[in-house]
Design a protein around this ligand. Sequence first.
Ligand code: PXP
Length: 242
Amino acid sequence: MKLLVNIDHVATLRNARSEGYPDPADAAVICENNGAAGIVFHLREDRRHIKDADVYKLKKVVKGLLDFEMGASEEMIRICSEVKPELCTLVPEKREEITTEGGLNMEAIFDDYKNRVLPKLADAEVPVSLFVEPDIDDIKLCAKLGVPVVELHTGTFSNAQSDRVKHELKRLKEAAEVAHDLGIQVNAGHGLSFENIEVFLREVPHLEEISIGHALIADAVFNGLGNTVSRMSKLIASYKNG
Ligand code: PXP
């Protein structure tokens, strides 16, 4: 099991002023030097955090996995096809949202992904992951589309009141099992933190890559990015994914 660090919020901090620092690419190097297996960024249509120049810089400096998170617009497909990351994670994107609010609506996107999005990314030889709710019917639609990877949305679990945590973990566990049985790699992310990660890793099987952003960058303000990433990557590596 591996940690991928989402460095969007380093760009958020950089963009709060026009001084050019902190640089997400510098953060990526520190993350990789402290145990992260890779880096995730989300290039949004409105460029609110990561900018185009960051993407090309990250492509140069990241030695491990580069996971390009994006909405499936023609513009993003073009940039991603040019950058050729190790993985492209497709997410629903709404301009007015503060952060990604949930998994893809699989029924709604199915035909468009089958006919437009996935053939284009396949032509560019970019492996695709779909960010989905831990819902068995949605996982089956991912298998029907032939994608090699899914990222399970952990946001509902992360925000759940204590009486709902068990229920959300059960949904994630079942979704991970179905995806694994269908030969799909299982990634996960959204809202994970030092507080909730251990119960999640204990209960949910077959996990490969865990994507964490906000909680790590927040912890790093007090503890230093290297210390934060080192602590989380050791924690994640200590869990088996069987
Ligand atoms: N995975 C996906 C698909 C996301 O959209 C995000 C947020 O950008 C994350 C993981 C990381 O979420 P968080 O910042 O809450 O750790």
